[in-house]
Design a protein around this ligand. Structure first.
Ligand code: NAD
Length: 436
């Protein structure tokens, strides 16, 4: 049965306190999911034939939990975000008007490597003189894409000195519309290679998409009130944490990993290529030769925190796994996005929110001493504590200032022996992620 989507905000109070069934019912209403789709979400069902189409040598499936983050307001539209965990940062952003986003057209780059060109300069001139013929050849490969307003739009040539001699690199700029575009672009690059060989007198070697999608960029910005963050000192500490990442690649890798915690999970849920996104993000972060943060943080004129993210957004809502995996299709339906461009912009907002959550946890740690109890809980869990025992053991260790595995085991043994045998079993507590 199809349920009609209900117009409601994504600011759903205490979503985390609801049962799985109650949460599912809200998501179903918000996104108009059918009962069948709800059932698919519950089990993560991936039919054998679908799995066979996704990879080679299939022997099974690997189910992982799918959560929903509420509270996301992006360009005044409410979103429920599959696989994201950071709705507190989204709630803080919402209080200041939510996220504002923008993006470029969905242009991907296809490269053809030409080697052994007798004259690289002549090759460049000849190729550029035949640009229209080459673009036409590329566009003949995908009439559907062209009919949607996409297709090969431009061609550029670079002469590249290299370890094995000078190469001529021809690059197709392809508007992929709502597809990620790797297959489309690869097909086009292969199709134009013989023409390029003829024009250059060289030999075509690689013909493949570039994952440095620097012409397909999504941006998001948001403000976070200093009061919500815990005071002006927290704002200053977050800005200092950002400055650390901007100055130091060791910190920056972890800073960007914090961004990608949101982005990669989002891509996984929506059936997008997480490896392509990761490669693009890190290459983009290093594009100046200095590995830099994907986000920027500053104090605004009111003393509140302002965040900005700029990230390549090679994501699609058609093609690839998005069409094959039932849970990916449902995730896209939950998001209610209409275009790949919109998906990329929401992805950027998720990355910004996730980064803030990590920075806040880390930067405010000195003030709140939150980290020690988080660490203590991890140690308690490592010692074998479950359910409520995790917090009991952790608290005892923090109070004793002895957060160690051996002490956790001792405390656990004492606790277990003193605990009544017929105590009711409780659901295990949700694992808390370490911030980045
Ligand atoms: P795809 O091959 O399924 O092609 C999408 C097709 O959908 C387009 O060619 C177009 O004809 C059609 N289409 C219909 N409506 C459209 C619309 N509104 N906008 C755009 N196209 C529309 O998918 P793809 O996006 O070309 O390829 C993505 C897949 O390629 C991913 O699974 C990715 O993992 C994989 N891949 C990645 C790499 C890489 O990143 N280096 C390399 C090879 C393959």
């Amino acid at each position: 049965m199809e349920v009609k989507s209900v117009e409601r905000g994504s600011n759903i109070g205490s979503f985390y306190k609801l049962s799985t069934e109650e949460r599912l019912r809200i998501v179903q209403e918000f996104s108009g999911l059918s009962d069948e789709e709800v059932q698919t979400l519950k089990t993560g069902a991936l039919p054998g034939p679908s799995a066979q189409r996704m990879i080679e040598n299939v022997v099974g499936v690997l189910p992982i939990p799918l959560g929903i983050a509420v509270n996301f307001l992006v360009n005044d539209k409410d979103y429920l975000i599959p696989m994201a965990i950071e709705d507190h940062a989204a709630k803080m952003a919402r209080a200041k008007g939510g996220f504002r986003t923008s993006s470029t057209e969905p242009i991907m780059i296809g490269q053809v490597q030409l080697v052994k060109c007798p004259s690289p300069r002549d090759a460049e001139n000849a190729i550029l003189s035949s640009k229209q013929e080459i673009l036409n050849k590329a566009n003949q490969q995908d009439p559907t894409l062209v009919s949607k307003g996409g297709g090969a739009k431009d061609l550029r040539v670079r002469i590249l000195p290299s370890l094995t001699g000078t190469m001529v690199i021809s690059e197709l700029l392809v508007d992929c519309r709502d597809a990620m575009g790797a297959n489309v672009v690869n097909t086009m690059a292969e199709a134009i290679a013989p023409i390029l060989e003829k024009l250059s007198g060289g030999s075509a070697n690689l013909r493949i998409i570039s994952n440095l999608a620097d012409k397909r960029i999504a941006r998001a910005t948001a403000h976070f009130s200093k009061d919500d963050l815990g005071g002006g000192e927290v704002v200053d500490r977050i800005v200092q944490a950002y400055a650390f990442a901007a100055a130091d690649p060791y910190r920056c890798a972890t800073h960007n990993k914090g961004v990608m915690n949101g982005v990669t999970a989002f891509c996984l849920a929506t059936g997008n290529d997480t490896r392509a996104i990761e490669a693009g993000a890190h290459a983009y972060a290093a594009r100046t030769g200095h590995y830099s943060p994907l986000t920027r943080w500053s104090k605004d004129e009111n003393g509140d925190l302002e965040g900005f993210i700029e990230i390549p957004a090679a994501v699609g809502i058609v093609g690839g796994i998005t069409s094959v995996h039932p849970a990916a299709r449902i995730s896209l339906k939950i998001l209610r996005v209409k275009t790949a461009k919109e998906l990329g912009e929401v992805m950027a907002a998720v990355g910004l929110a996730q980064n803030l959550a990590a920075l806040r946890a880390l930067a405010a740690e000195g003030i709140q001493r939150g980290h020690m109890s988080l660490h203590a809980r991890n140690i308690a869990a490592m010692a074998g504590a479950e359910g409520d025992m995790i917090d009991t053991v952790a608290l005892a260790m923090v109070n004793e200032k002895k957060v160690r595995l051996d002490r956790a085991k001792e405390l656990l043994t004492e606790l277990v022996s003193s605990k009544s045998r017929n105590a009711s079993h409780k659901e295990p507590r949700q694992a808390k992620k370490h911030p980045n």
